[in-house]
Design a protein around this ligand. Sequence first.
Ligand code: UTP
Length: 293
Amino acid sequence: MRVRKAVIPAAGLGTRMLPITKSMPKEMLPVVDRPVIHYVVEEAIRAGIDDILIITGKGKRAIEDYFDRSFELEYYLRERGKVDKLKQVEEIGEMVDIYYVRQKKPLGLGDAILHAEKHVNGEPFAVLLGDDIVINNKPAVKQLMEIFERFNAPVLGVERVAWDDVSKYGIVYGTKIRGSLYEVRDLIEKPPREKAPSNVAIVGRYVLTPEVFDALRNVKPDKNGEIQLTDALRSLVKEGTKMLAREVEGKRYDVGTKVGFIRANIEIALAREELRKEIISTMEKVIQEIKHG
Ligand code: UTP
């Protein structure tokens, strides 16, 4: 079955990025000149998704306005003959069908996904976390969709992380099928290093099937009162659901952390032809100044 729909959870509190996230969702933070969520929506569209549901919380207006047409701005740019900028702005307003549902309380990623049940309407669906950017020629989510379409089983995007970092991720224990593909045997959310069964971490891209909704309803909240998606996936595996994990190809930025956010800005700016030279000379100047006081 083809995956047509994508769900982008963007309702978290973003406490690691406080204080900016006090009044702005982290998904709207700028990476060079567009918000993080623009890159995520673009990835879904490039993968062939034509229906996107964004789970919003506070700051819903900023996200909706961004993807909406802005007739005032378009008029202003047209009047002044700013054709390139006009085209850019119009394109965002026409990207794809985007729907919104609001998660009233930030009760965890699992709870956010539960809000997609009606919209998904019994179909398999992709999930792209709104604060993870993956840059690759073949979109990361497309890599998972191809596996899903072949094996007809849920697929988790994974990456090997440093052992010191396993406690920041959902960790997968799997058996290798071939190359970068694993069958998932167990999962554990944010284990301490000594309890982690591997360093294969879930990285914010999934293809899921509607069975996940019942599993989410049956999951007990964690110690912070949040419903964890990893716990629901674990219960599915334990009940015998076949689940796969694929190592995602691409450069990933966790924009929900300060260092990840700054790195994304530097590297994505460097990849832009018109900015590259000036950014490099600015960085060289900064480093010289650090060295020479
Ligand atoms: P995170 O695990 O990064 O949590 O969410 P967070 O609360 O947003 O951020 P911190 O840890 O406080 O800094 C992963 C993804 O799930 C969404 C977030 O918006 C992000 O895209 N999410 C998380 C929700 O939509 N709802 C929630 O209740 C929690």
